[in-house]
Design a protein. Structure first.
Length: 312
């Protein structure tokens, strides 16, 4: 049994527009890294670093207020040997970005600590522990960031079925493009202002889009994807909090996107697109964002991005 372990967990799109709180997609090229070492007295945070390797200016070192340590502590209390754990957290995912930043830390914390257990759990059994971190961050249990960050690819994880999370088939030759405008949206705040109810017609239509989208992914039917990657309930309520969203969306659709929406509560905007068009699409979305006076960064990712991994 090792005394130290390091885990990486990717950022994610959650939700993936059409499946509010229940459909997420892992991303490549950006994520959080957590090192866990045996230490003294419970689960503590030794350090938190920002993406440039400097001490993080915002995130707390209080283990009760960081999703990595909350997830790690939940796992260690349930399965640890009573010794202590010290965490070092390297943030790669921008905060309040709609890219599953809190989920990536929670997943990396759980995966790193799992490797220090005498009998490590199977990866999918870490979901409930990582979700404890998400509960702290967003005030509820929804796994659409945590599940893809842990398991990779596209995952269906309706709250009613948790802790079940269902990895889904994705079509070949389709990529995700995510543009992160340099704005911040606090997910818990954004959720508080959502309407509590929808009309029967909205309910029927949104169910149809989700069922159609999942079918389109399973069969690789890009025309059906284009017709169904829609969020008629939540996106209209949130669009105003990301003023550059309509310009980015229109640019993405003009450049051939199969669909485009906010990633989670935003401000990030994602599009799905035939892989051959992905580079061009990212550029078009970035240019549209820049034209609104907002700096941004983008990532292109396959729909089969791997989930969390143990690095050593
Ligand atoms: N699906 C959530 C939301 C975000 O859009 O509020 C992360 O679970």
């Amino acid at each position: 049994m090792s005394d130290t372990s390091t885990a990486f967990a990717p950022a994610s799109i959650g939700n993936l527009g059409v499946g509010f709180d229940m459909l997420g997609l892992a991303l490549t090229g950006v994520g959080d890294r957590v090192t866990a070492r045996r230490g003294r007295d419970g689960v503590r945070i030794a350090d938190v670093f920002d993406p440039s390797g400097e001490p993080h200016p915002v995130l707390s070192r209080d283990p009760g207020r960081n999703t990595a340590s909350i997830a790690a502590r939940a796992l260690w209390q349930a399965h640890g040997d009573g010794g202590g754990i010290e965490l070092e957290i390297h943030k790669g995912v921008p905060l309040q970005s709609g890219m599953g930043s809190s989920a990536a830390s929670a997943v990396a914390g759980a995966v790193a600590v799992n490797a220090l257990l005498e009998d490590p759990l199977p990866t999918r059994d870490l979901l409930p522990f990582a979700l404890e971190g998400e509960r702290y961050a967003s005030g509820g249990i929804h796994a659409d960031n945590v599940a893809p960050s842990l398991l990779g690819g596209m995952v269906l994880c309706p709250p009613a079925l948790l802790p079940n999370a269902i990895p889904l088939r994705t079509p070949e030759g389709v990529s995700a493009v995510l543009v992160h405008p340099e704005l911040k949206v606090h997910t818990a705040d954004a959720r508080r202002s959502l309407a509590e109810s929808v009309s029967r017609q909205q309910w029927i239509d949104q169910q149809g889009y989700l069922a159609g989208f999942l079918t389109a992914c399973a069969y690789g039917d890009l025309d059906l994807m284009r017709a169904t990657l829609k969020d008629i309930v939540i996106e209209p309520q949130r669009a105003a909090s990301v003023p550059c969203f309509p310009a980015i969306r229109d640019a993405a659709l003009d450049a051939g996107a199969l669909g485009v929406s906010l990633s989670g509560s935003g401000p990030s905007v994602f599009a799905l697109v035939a892989t051959g068009l992905a580079g061009e699409l990212a550029l078009a979305m970035e240019t549209a964002c820049g034209a609104q006076g907002v700096e941004c960064q983008s990532w292109v990712s396959p729909m089969t991005a791997p989930g969390a991994r143990l690095e050593h």
